[in-house]
Write a protein that binds this ligand. Sequence first.
Ligand SMILES: [Zn+2]
Length: 195
Amino acid sequence: METELVLPVEHWNEGKRIGLARYERAKRLGLRDSFGQDSAQNHVYGACGEAAFALSMGIPWPHDRSIDGFVEVADVLPNWEVRTCASTGGMKVRRACGDGIRYCDPPGRIVAFVLNSHGSPSYKMVGHVVAGWAQLNRQLSDPNNRGRPAHFVKMIDLALFAPNFHEHHGWLRDPQSPSGWGCAYCPTNFEGETP
Ligand SMILES: [Zn+2]
């Protein structure tokens, strides 16, 4: 994988398109983003981070449900939540899903940290953590009193991305795949098919 890349303009355009579509959809449904203030800029920023991450991993993006932004669908298939941030103060893992919790991360998702200065086309894929680990091992906090407590993971806790990350598939049980096995990191199944 590329651990650092400059996002080509056509991928940036895709990020912008998806981000704006999510913003329009959120506005229609009266939703607010995880900062408690929905803005087109936040949606575009996050979607461009997803585009950069998918490109760095060689995973097609957007996928057919990218606009939904629903928790049932991962940001980047098969299993990635992507957090794009301009500082390395800590990566937010949302609460485990439960009654009445709209903004959550399913415990089996892998949450990737992408570093990007606002307005810069340069992205750094820093590291990742399994959501369930953070939910069990890092206390909830709500540092800016936004009413959205989350589990904050320090950079030192992340498994760092290296150029040889995903040199080989990481097989995991996947009921969707004909053989019952799929890659934990990309949408390929054990038969070598990418749906
Ligand atoms: Zn793979």
